[in-house]
Write a new protein. Structure first.
Length: 261
């Protein structure tokens, strides 16, 4: 029998690196705030992989996972949560709620990764989200976002990555230069099988860094830092992000935005 196709497993192993992400975020907080972060909130958390990794960092580490879609939350409870110790499970709260309005214990760090906040197409909605984050952070809080861009992102294109037993496809189906609305799909193909199309679909507005920074300032964040990815000898991203005032004119890039309350 063929192994059942588990889309969340394939997403986790093709898109996410939660163990590396939480350590990078913790180190950035430590560098900016000269103290340790304890409470981590993961917005748009899906199967809350980052929240699980956060509670593994130490006995004082607590996490809050928030998502409006109950299906990945149920998956996370059935798979990820069971892999934690009892003590770690006790320090992780899973909330089925709307990140625009939910009220939680104030966090040291709030993250919205995998470009998830691009789901907000209107300026007022994105500002409302940033305002809620600001209110939900402790006085020394940090909001962590990622974003991507480059000339390649303003046209339809498809990239593929070979992971050995399967191939991952990132398909930008469309881009509207007037509205900056764009549609993306993730496809997968397991070795020896047909391509599974549109396993995940994203209907987003393509926000750019200056717009994001302006809205963060309007929401009250006092310091905003951009962490830009370095390049290897072949000119490809090397996975090492450092604080920069200027970026490079690349066909495709990824950056983190760290905003201090």
């Amino acid at each position: 029998m063929k192994k059942k196709f588990d889309k969340y497993w394939y997403y986790r192993h093709s898109v996410q690196s939660p163990d590396l992400d939480v350590r990078f975020i913790r180190n950035c907080y430590r560098s900016l705030k000269k103290k340790e972060a304890c409470i981590f909130r993961e917005d748009f958390c899906s199967t809350f992989a980052l929240s699980c990794e956060w509670v593994k960092l130490g006995r004082l580490c607590r996490s809050i996972a928030v998502d409006i879609d109950d299906r990945p939350l149920k998956y996370g409870k059935e798979h990820s949560l069971r892999q934690l110790s009892f003590d770690q499970q006790e320090r992780l709260s899973v909330i089925h709620g709307d990140v625009l309005s939910c009220r939680t214990t104030k966090a040291d760090i709030i993250s919205a990764l995998n470009f998830s906040y691009f789901v907000f197409k209107k300026r007022d909605d994105l500002k409302k989200y940033f305002l809620n984050c600001y209110k939900s952070l402790n006085k020394n809080g940090l909001l962590v976002l990622d974003c991507f861009g480059g000339s390649q992102c303003f046209e339809a294109n498809e990239e593929q990555v070979d992971h050995g037993t399967f191939t991952y496809y990132w398909d930008q189906k469309s881009f509207d230069p007037i509205s900056h609305h764009a549609v993306f799909h993730i496809h997968y193909k397991r070795r020896g099988e047909k391509k599974r199309k549109k396993v995940f679909t994203y209907d987003w507005r393509f926000w750019v860094i200056p717009e994001i920074k302006d809205l963060l300032k309007e929401a009250g964040f006092r310091k905003i830092h951009v962490y830009w990815e370095g390049t290897d000898k072949n000119g490809e991203g090397n996975g090492c992000f450092k604080r920069r005032e200027k970026g490079e004119d690349c066909e495709s890039w990824v950056a983190y935005i760290m905003s201090e309350k």
